[in-house]
Ligand binder design. Structure first.
Ligand SMILES: *[C@@H]1O[C@H](CO)[C@@H](O)[C@H](O)[C@H]1NC(C)=O
Ligand SMILES: *[C@@H]1O[C@H](CO)[C@@H](O)[C@H](O)[C@H]1NC(C)=O
Length: 310
């Protein structure tokens, strides 16, 4: 019996204890033309354990500082909040997007940003159409990197969702963690939400309100941070709330209501209607070197990651 057969048998025996056996360590990096359906996230149980999801990304500004959270949607597209990324739109030289799930086989999990696409009707610091697509110069590598599905369920009041982040935007509550965390929130009805909104903020037809966890330390509200239902991306952290006062609703963009913008932008790019940045240069730098050893930071609790052969 060869190694792989023995491994398969072991996997069958241990399937319930070892989610890795379901083959979530991908044999190769994401290629430009890879179909995203070959690489969709299948939930926590089938995923990379403490890494949560290979689709959770950090967007870094040109100084290498955290800017926004992103969700990996297709080889060259990352979904984030327009309000969050808007201030960075004119200084993208050196801005990057970084994967957060690493394996020892990965040398580079970071890609340069090419351009950012905003919906035409988005207005900075308003809630309507608060979504942006970050276009990358090359796919994000990594054997754990994967894509997230767009929401196809109708989001209703009281539904329980998971949000992800580091807590960069709630420094007044506690310091940001080095690894991403999750927290759960419940959807709030528009009727209940509207009177609780911050003064001067108008609820929009593309927004969702959530009830934040009572404990501010459990609140996560990093700009662009994903809100997940099952294995789908149903919302992203929008604008106009914070974690200091968790009695106020958290504002999220309803992905289902903006999915047309996402899909149409993707198609326009494919058809060549939307162009790349003028000065497109492939600029291969020693990307992970200046990056404070993010790989060493990753804690893996189950073995297949250690046993993988690169
Ligand atoms: C949230 O985090 C906990 C603790 O790390 C983990 O057990 C759980 O699977 C996570 N849930 C999601 C949806 O990622
Ligand atoms: C909110 O909506 C009202 C009525 O449509 C409008 O007059 C007001 O300017 C809006 N406020 C903001 C901050 O957009």
């Amino acid at each position: 019996m060869g190694f792989s057969k023995r491994w398969l048998l072991l996997c069958l025996l241990l399937e319930t204890f070892l989610p890795y056996c379901k083959g979530k360590i991908y044999p190769r990096d994401i290629k430009l033309r890879m179909h995203k359906y070959r690489r969709l996230w299948n939930g926590v149980a089938s995923n990379t354990g403490p890494n949560y999801g290979g689709w959770l990304l950090r967007i870094l500004n040109s100084n290498g500082q955290f800017a926004c959270v992103g969700a990996y949607y297709s080889p060259l597209l990352v979904i984030t909040s327009a309000n969050c990324i808007y201030p960075y739109r004119n200084s993208l030289e050196g801005a990057t997007v970084e994967g957060t799930a690493y394996s020892k086989c990965d040398k580079e999990n970071i890609a340069d940003i090419d351009t950012i696409e905003f919906p035409k009707r988005f207005i900075y610091q308003k809630l309507y159409m608060d979504v942006a697509l970050v276009r990358l110069k090359e796919p994000i590598k990594g054997r754990l990197t994967e894509f997230i599905r767009l929401c196809n369920v109708k989001v209703r009041p009281r539904m329980r969702m998971f949000v992800f982040g580091w807590g960069y935007d709630s420094a007044e509550v506690q310091a940001a963690s080095s690894d991403p965390r999750n927290s759960s929130v419940h959807i709030m009805s528009t009727k209940e939400c509207r009177p609780k909104l911050r003064k001067g903020l108008n609820l929009s037809s593309t927004s969702l309100c959530v009830r934040q966890p009572r404990n501010p330390r459990k609140c996560l509200y990093d700009g662009g941070g994903p809100m997940i239902y099952g294995t789908q991306l149903c919302g992203i952290v929008s604008f106009g709330s914070n974690c200091q006062d968790t009695s106020k609703p958290g504002m999220f963009t309803n992905i289902k209501k903006v999915s047309r913008f996402i899909v149409e932008t993707e198609q326009s790019i494919k058809a060549g209607y939307i162009f790349r940045a003028e000065k497109y240069r492939r600029n291969k730098r020693a990307k992970l070197s200046g990056n404070s050893g993010t790989i060493e930071e990753t804690k893996t609790t189950i073995n297949p990651l250690d046993d993988m052969v690169c």
